[in-house]
Design a binder for this molecule. Structure first.
Ligand code: AMP
Ligand code: MG
Length: 329
């Protein structure tokens, strides 16, 4: 585990340049990074995550000029979004340069590119002097890590360094936006609200999950899942839940908790009620989502029951992750 001193970042940057794996904080979740141009280093990411190879990775840069090393052309919409919303939790799908190995893009002619806002991530990428390919630093399909301890617990023996930059500010993955077509398409809702994107480029399409192809695993119906069975119900629906065994409830805000506590008979169903954001703040809910799920997952519960959040802003991303973590009935 490394701290965020200049010496540590320098050491980790050198390791990346030498083809090794470094887990690092971003404002979304912790990433597992490797030199994006080094096929062998990238292969080690898949090995560490036990991730299927059809899963393309996001390439991270720390200066706009680095985009030229990765993408072959920039559609006007991309340029506008990069200027207005980068650095930030927005990943753009762009035409790739030949130099980007197929392993990074799963053989797709496009590459996912992001400029993270986290200063530790930026310092690390600059220290490496390279674009860094990085998926979330968790075993494939499991909950994403939002602290260095999550990474250490899940992948500690598989990475060369873990940089501890504290908890992630946003806590859900980036919004993935395909800007290679006529109109931008959201492939995965995430940390950048769709509303902010539409302020820059106008109306965007949101990909319908039911027609999702496995080119974007963030779209796989089961992903980001805890080991404990999780059931997702509509907002306010936990009062009618029929949990079995030792069950935990995950609610949006204090008002939801209050309503559940006063619902006839319901509190006795749940051993604990956890609140994502007392004040009903969507950003705070997103930031706390994965760490709360990690905690509940190791709390010895038989079931976790969660309610949906309002379907706006970061609520969309949280609902998407809860849906993917949930049992499909
Ligand atoms: P993760 O690295 O775990 O945050 O996941 C990255 C997300 O970006 C996944 O859902 C990928 O499938 C998606 N992605 C990466 N590259 C591409 C691409 N070229 N086209 C479409 N989706 C992509
Ligand atoms: Mg992931």
């Amino acid at each position: 585990m490394l701290d965020v001193s200049e010496a540590s970042i320098g050491r980790a940057g050198k390791a990346l340049a030498e083809g090794r794996l470094v887990a690092f904080p971003t404002e979304t979740v912790y990433g597992l990074g490797a030199n994006a141009f080094d096929e062998k280093a990238v292969a080690r990411i898949f090995e560490a995550k036990a991730r299927p190879n059809f899963d393309p990775l996001i390439v991270h840069i720390a200066e706009l000029s680095q985009a030229d090393r990765v993408v072959s052309s920039l559609p006007p919409a991309a340029r506008a979004l990069m200027e207005r919303l980068w650095p930030g939790p927005l990943t753009l799908i762009l035409p790739k340069r030949d130099e980007v190995p197929d392993l990074v893009t799963s053989g797709l002619p496009t590459v996912a590119l992001r400029f993270p806002a986290n200063s530790v991530a930026q310092d690390l990428i600059r220290a490496a002097g390279l674009p860094i390919a990085a998926p979330s630093a968790n075993p494939f399909g499991y909950l994403s890590p939002t602290t260095a301890d999550h990474v250490a617990a899940m992948l500690g023996d598989k990475v060369d360094f873990i940089i501890d930059g504290g908890p992630c500010r946003i806590g859900v993955e980036s919004t993935v936006l395909d800007v290679t077509g006529e109109r931008p398409v959201v492939l995965r809702p995430g940390g950048m609200p769709v509303e902010s994107i539409e302020e820059v480029v106008g109306k965007v399409e949101i990909l319908d999950r039911s027609e999702a192809k496995p080119t974007s695993p963030g779209q796989l119906p089961s992903h980001y899942a805890p080991h404990t069975k999780l059931y997702l119900v509509p907002s306010g629906g936990l009062a009618y839940a029929k949990p079995h065994g030792k069950a935990a409830a995950l609610v949006y805000d204090a008002a939801s908790k209050e309503a559940l506590a006063h619902a006839h008979g319901a509190p006795s169903h749940f051993r604990t009620i956890r609140v994502l954001s007392e004040s009903g703040d969507l950003l705070e809910s997103a930031a706390r989502l994965f760490s709360t799920l990690h905690e509940l997952d190791s709390g010895g519960f038989d079931e976790i029951w969660a309610e949906r959040l309002p379907e706006l802003g970061l609520g969309r991303a949280v609902n998407d992750r809860l849906f993917k973590a949930s049992e499909k009935r």
